[in-house]
Design a protein around this ligand. Sequence first.
Ligand code: MLT
Length: 239
Amino acid sequence: MHVQVISSVNEACSANFHHKTAFAIDVLRATSTIVTALSAGAASIVPAETVMDARSLQRPEDLMGGERFCRKIAGFDLGNSPKEYHADVVRGRRIILTTTNGTRAIHKSTKAESIIAASLLNAAAAAKYALHLQRDVVLLCAGSHDDFAIEDGLCAGLLIEELLKLKGGNIELDDFGIAMHALYRDRAEDILETLMHSQSGKRLLKLGLREDIEACARVNVLNAVPCLSGDRLILRELS
Ligand code: MLT
């Protein structure tokens, strides 16, 4: 299995994804929120690139979620905090979600054979599911406004760690993958600290969203694998 890591959405082109399993990674906070919402019983999540796209997809029974500048979009039901997506709110609902970078990363990956939303929360489950798909893997770090974001690189490193465990060390990494794996190995005991000091973390802290960072920094606590099926992410649960 070959594993390539792409540092930000800006660096990705469709040729990177052909015949591959893609992981879209936006730890702070889009893919953490997606995993949380589907684990809490949301029926599906439709990732939309723009606010206008999101509004055009809306049916009366849908929940509208997402952010711009880390804040809830005017007229939407929910922002992009995992804590907003609890079972009482989302159970059985289709959610249209648009975020600045995370939903863009999912759209950028559409040439892949399969697309998985990955975060620290579900890395082990996502790696296990990718193994079962038996394709080469591309890990797309969403980043922030076209720049690399360390929390996404850390998650890519964790996914590599999980894949290495599952494959008995038998995976081939590109150079950025080797670097992200080393980063993860270096920071594995200080994940929350690393997120708090990241640019995205500092932005969220300024907005009083420390709890979101704490929620997104938990490793392998959910056994849920959101996969794109048509235009929506639905849950694949592993036994
Ligand atoms: C994004 O998709 O850009 C992020 O999830 C931003 C945020 O933290 O809300």
